[in-house]
Write a protein that binds this ligand. Structure first.
Ligand code: NDP
Length: 479
């Protein structure tokens, strides 16, 4: 097949053993292209090539890495519109969000270009006379990066950029249903002069490619973003192989709205946090915890704003919410809508939406009168659905917000400095937002959670150095 998009292994574009169709979730008649599925043997070839290429890559030093990352950033920026178009077409995010995500990927590469030049160590006084101690950071080696479908540009960028910046070699396995954006990024990384073997793209199913990558003895570290179930499975295999591990998984992120909140802030923050990007964000505000005094006014305004959102094709400039990513995800979302009613919620919105094309369109949904014990308030849905839980006061709001297996992002809308401060200190989450949506983070600061949401060192910002390097302590005497 001439239009096939191939895997990048040891600097060569190679076919794998079969091709997978990439289709547009806004319009199933739109075939985006055919993408090669790698085999376990391809993973082995890439891992060996990566391992062999490491010494020369590390010997080139930080300036070569900084300059490479800067060139990649510039090229991503130059191509942001066309990559964003691919992202919107294959994932279903509306075009402005997709282009913004691609620009963020460029910013991440630029940021880590700078970090390549700022790898620091320590000189520490020894307790023994005449002995010097130096603590330095070294690359981990060959790293396996496994990414989900919901941020096909930003998540690969925030794993690949620090991995390269700190001198590692990369095997990237993107989600099988959105290979197009990763393929464009891989072409840019290759064309900008990344040495053969240092960056490898391995497309294909997680059950084959992901598994082979996690099990490969030459892979020293695995960074994964996706579901809790897959994360658990990977953790078990990685532990068997004694690999360094970083897992970013789900969220059931609470957004508290107190009686003293400004509705002009709270309603747009919840609308954005719960429904933008079709709710397909691990930081989505999927539990709205609302104090009794403001509850009815808040719910009326939010429901009105939610029902006015225009659901439609990702590339249609009038759309505000694109389609759900796949038929399986849509079915799952609709099952949760039915479950919400069965559990006793009053459901506003939530059915399938009519679209001009054959796509996976869903109307956003609010589950009113939810209790925090219900499944719809405890399980990550990953769609445009939010449960609303009514509470009496701040203490109850904080207790409900903390009553979750997850702890990724949490928000509060309040005019009270005292409550904002108590929330920031009392909430068990990796990220806290005051009068801001739970979703939407900066590219240069740590990202990650507590409890079931994350495992291992933080991603992004300067903290990424913890995962992508290992520490060496050197003692010397004499001279
Ligand atoms: P998965 O966890 O199944 O997939 C995430 C990545 O892991 C994909 O690249 C996938 O490959 C890969 N993978 C799957 N199985 C294995 C395996 N055995 N070994 C190694 N890698 C594997 O998430 P989905 O994309 O299927 O989404 C399912 C649910 O996960 C969503 O509904 C949502 O709840 C949650 N999710 C959370 C995200 C977050 O950011 N927190 C992001 C995306 C999803 P492949 O695509 O080929 O299956």
């Amino acid at each position: 097949m001439t239009d096939a998009h191939l895997n990048l292994i040891d600097g060569n574009w190679l076919p794998g053993d079969h091709l997978t169709e990439n289709r547009n979730p806004s319009d199933l008649s739109d075939l985006i292209g055919h993408y090669a599925s790698a085999t376990a043997e391809d993973v082995d070839r890439a891992a060996r090539a990566a391992h062999a290429a490491l010494p020369a890559w590390q010997a080139r030093g930080p300036l070569a890495r900084a300059e490479l990352l800067d060139r990649i950033a510039r090229r991503i920026d130059d191509e942001a519109e066309s990559i964003g178009h691919m992202l919107a077409r294959e994932e279903g995010k509306i075009l402005p969000e997709a282009i913004a995500e691609v620009r963020r990927a460029a910013q991440i590469f630029r940021f880590y270009g700078g970090e390549a030049l700022r790898i620091a160590g320590d000189a520490i006084a020894s307790v023994r006379p005449g002995v010097d101690i130096e603590v330095t950071r070294e690359p981990v080696g060959v790293v396996g990066l496994i990414t989900p479908w919901n941020f096909p540009a930003a998540i690969p960028a925030w794993k690949v950029a620090p991995a390269l910046a700190f001198g590692n070699a990369v095997l990237l396995k993107p989600a099988d249903i959105v290979p197009g954006t990763a393929h464009l990024l891989a072409r840019i990384i290759h064309e900008q002069g990344c040495p053969a073997g240092i960056f490898n793209l391995l497309m294909g199913p997680g059950s084959v490619v992901g598994r082979a990558l996690v099990d490969h003895p030459l892979v020293s570290a695995i960074s994964f973003t996706g579901s809790v179930a897959t994360g658990r499975m990977i953790a078990r295999s990685a532990a068997e192989g004694m690999k360094k591990l970083q897992l970013e998984m789900g969220g059931k992120n609470p957004m508290v709205v107190l009686d003293d909140a400004d509705l002009e802030i709270a309603v747009p923050a919840c609308l954005n946090g719960a429904f933008f990007s079709t709710g397909q964000r691990c930081t989505a505000s999927s539990r709205l915890i609302v104090q009794a005094g403001i509850h009815d006014a808040f719910v009326t305004r939010l429901a009105e704003a939610m029902q006015a959102l225009r659901v439609g094709p990702a590339l249609d400039p009038s759309s505000q919410i694109g389609p759900v990513v796949s038929s399986a995800q849509l079915r799952g979302n609709l099952d949760y809508v039915a479950l919400a009613a069965a559990e006793g919620c009053e459901v506003v919105g939530g059915g399938m939406a009519e679209g001009p094309t054959d796509g996976f369109f869903q109307r956003p949904a609010l589950f009113l009168k939810a209790r925090n014990t219900m499944r719809v308030a405890r399980e990550e849905i990953f769609g445009p659905c939010a449960a609303v839980v009514r509470v009496g006061d701040f203490d109850e709001a904080l207790a409900v917000a903390n009553d979750s297996d997850y702890g990724l992002s949490a928000g509060i809308c309040t005019g009270s400095l005292r409550h904002a401060r108590a929330f920031r200190h009392g909430i068990r989450a990796g990220m806290v937002m005051v009068n801001l949506p739970t979703a939407g983070v900066d590219f240069h600061v740590p990202f990650g959670g507590t409890k079931g949401s994350s495992h291992g060192p933080r991603e992004q910002g300067r903290h990424a150095v913890e995962f992508y390097t290992t520490v060496k302590t050197s003692y010397s005497f004499g001279g």
